[in-house]
Design a binder for this molecule. Structure first.
Ligand code: UD1
Length: 347
């Protein structure tokens, strides 16, 4: 039997990374995790091994550390890298811009240099719908204007630009890069086993984990950030996508990169194409869990946009992939995970 294709997953211990590891392994790839555990926990390894029923290689290290990368690439023959490691808190990025540029831009640069040195030229990059910023026209197509409005968003945009330059740089035919930037909308939900899920350290910034922690009694009530937006019920509208759909989109993109073809830089939205308001998400969660989610209306969060949803047709056309799971399924899986592990991975 031939050996499975090895894929390096940076940030593989995190929320999206851990689900991607499951999807890759289930589809016959051999994922290897690189993670510095700055926003994830080492217990993830046991959980993943339980789901997969086999050993998993997990390397603790920083993607910005050239020695770690060197040792990793020298020791393994990777067909591709899925680069998810990075920092993602908008408000924090405004307070600590240098650490965001160091982690997100510097980290990707160090990774690409190591990949070039070791002849690995297939890369999936974890980008974000945040690169679109405040945009008038919904749904967002990949060719919409890009205007990130905070250091986190700009770091994602800078990396996209760097990768586009890299992919089109002239080089011998045996050194062609094939790179995909995947613009995530709002990933929520959890693996149906309930073994892994979103487990933020400290107070959650994002809506779904906050709601789940309220329902399980860890937080008193949700603050709804604004109810005067120009949306149907006044609360913010987002394109929530089940994390399993999202990671299946990665696997489809990976297969596309690994298939024959010349150099290329590709951008795909990973979203459902449907928006849901904060109040709709709360209602869906209450239906799924049978628990009330007390909330208060608070001031809008600085930097939030009223609405944001994807036009997902390019990924459908190119990759034959589309999100299939409903908002109710997303909330059911959030609840299964949270109810089984009220304290997160540590419980
Ligand atoms: C946020 C970031 C985005 C980043 C993503 C990463 C901002 C402005 N955007 O997306 O750049 O890529 O996280 O995970 O921070 N909400 C509440 N109460 C809460 C939390 C959220 O009402 O306690 C509302 C928000 O106002 C928004 C919706 O819920 O309307 C979703 O919020 P969130 O989960 O934080 O995602 P984004 O803001 O879309």
């Amino acid at each position: 039997m031939s050996e499975a294709t090895k894929i390096l997953v940076t940030g593989g211990a995190g929320y999206i990374g851990s689900h991607l590891v499951v999807a890759l392994a289930e589809q016959g790839f051999d994922p290897v995790i690189l993670d510095d555990f700055s926003n994830s926990r080492p217990q993830i390894r046991d959980r993943l091994q339980r789901i997969l029923g086999r050993e998993l290689q997990v390397v603790a290290g920083d993607v910005n550390d050239r020695h770690t990368l060197h040792a990793l690439f020298a020791g393994s023959d990777f067909a591709a890298v899925a680069h998810l490691a990075g920092r993602k808190a908008v408000a924090e990025s405004a307070r600590q811009p240098l650490s965001y540029y160091r982690a997100n831009v510097g980290g990707t640069l160090a990774l690409c240099e190591a990949m070039a040195e070791f002849g690995v030229r297939h890369l999936l990059f974890s980008s974000s719908a945040t690169v679109y910023g405040e945009s008038a026209a919904m749904p967002l197509r990949e060719d919409a204007p890009l205007r990130a409005t905070n250091p986190y968003g700009r770091s994602k945009l800078m990396v996209e630009q760097m990768l586009a330059d890299l992919a089109v740089a002239q080089r011998p035919a045996d050194k062609l890069w094939r790179i995909a930037a995947l613009r995530y909308f709002n990933p929520v939900g959890a693996h149906p086993s309930g073994e892994i899920g979103e487990d933020p350290l400290g107070e959650p910034e994002n809506l779904a984990p906050y709601i789940a922690q309220v329902a399980v009694g860890r937080r008193q009530r949700l603050r709804v950030f604004g109810n005067q937006y120009p949306t149907a019920d006044g609360t913010g509208v987002r394109d929530y996508i089940h994390v399993m759909d999202l990671v299946e989109g990665h696997v489809a993109a990976l297969r596309y990169l690994l298939s024959e073809g010349g150099a290329g830089y590709f951008v795909w939205n990973l979203g459902t194409g449907c928006g849901a308001s904060v109040l709709e998400v709360i209602a869906a969660f209450e239906r799924a869990s049978g628990r009330p989610v007390p909330y208060v209306i608070d001031a809008p969060r600085p930097g939030d946009v009223a609405s944001c949803w994807a036009d997902p047709r390019r990924a459908q056309r190119d990759l034959g992939w589309r999100a299939r799971r409903t908002l109710d399924e997303m909330m059911r899986d959030v609840w299964r995970w949270q109810a089984a592990h009220p304290g997160g991975l540590g419980s």
